[in-house]
Design a protein around this ligand. Sequence first.
Ligand code: LMR
Length: 398
Amino acid sequence: WWDRVRPAPKDPITSVSRAFLADASPNKINLGVGAYRDEEGKPVVLRCVKNAEAKVAGSEFLESISASANSRLVEESVKLVYGKDANVIGEGRLAGVQTLSGTGACRLFAEFQRRFYPRSKIYFPDPTWSNHHSIWKDAEVPQSTFSHYDPKSKGLNFPALVDDIKNAPDGSFFLLHPCAHNPTGVDPTEEEWREISYHLKVKNHFPFFDMAYQGFSSGDLDRDAQAIRTFLQDGHLIGCAQSFAKNMGLYGHRVGCLSLLCTDTEQAVAVKSQLQQIARAMYGSPPIRGVLLVSTILGDPDTKALWVEELRAMVNRICKIREALRESLEKLGSPLNWEHITNQVGMFCFSGITPQQTEQLQRKFHIYMTADGRISMAGVTMSNMDYLANAIHEVTKS
Ligand code: LMR
């Protein structure tokens, strides 16, 4: 039956994790996948999650609880995106569904887009999270890119970005990273977001936000949602994929939310029913345990406050590590400019290290990162800093 099946191409991110696991070197460092690690390089279970675990213990098999927890999750999630007092929430204009984390939210939306706008195209920032391309490809939605990153400045190419918005056919879909852009760590400023919103509006493009890292840009949940709120004020209809994998450290639990802002309640009811039907045929419903955890954390003021504090601590550690890595490379006398390590934000640094150099880092030093030179900053600790800085210096100095 399966003779015609050839191995699939390697995934640019998960293949790095696999290679890292297979490496027996005691010096190995994983800077591949975007997953938070503490100062000891260990995965973290947040205290707010442990508190929530204690609260929900024993309740996860009750179907009636699962139904109400789902709607509680959506109610609380949309407050994080649109603001806790946002009018659109009270007006019932949001169609929100629980999803299999951010990936599931994107996949669900891509399917919805193909069904209801079969000839539309999606535009991704160049570059974007590699899986965006695969998700919309599998949903058979044509895709293209718009400018984002400028390799020279290692910052935003704003004029080119605006030109690309203007040149796309009217009524296109644009995927935007509202904060902590993955993989570049380069976010537009507030003023630039206002202009982006304006130009999208003029062209009647649809903004779809993938917010996988809320909190990781600034350490502040509201500030990281500012771009979306600007679009809201400007009267856009909006789509948003949310993930609690990174900011609550619930990676394997797969908890997320997809929300679409509609014109009125009637539309929201119709849209929600379609999303639910697509999900039902694809995977039924997501597992319940993570949903209970997130809705408990967001619904209880003390546990939520603890979460905010712990999120800020993760972000602070990454900021310190950025400074220390830049300083270490400068102290080694690197001939290159490393300012972007501290200028970029979020989980990643788009280092400028070339594919050949990443290959050398892996082969000679057992240091793993994606071939595009993206460094997951959370994988860096004060203990592996010198080894890492020396290795980067070695492969980049000539
Ligand atoms: C990443 O970009 O490393 C994360 O979003 C994890 C993933 O699933 O790719």
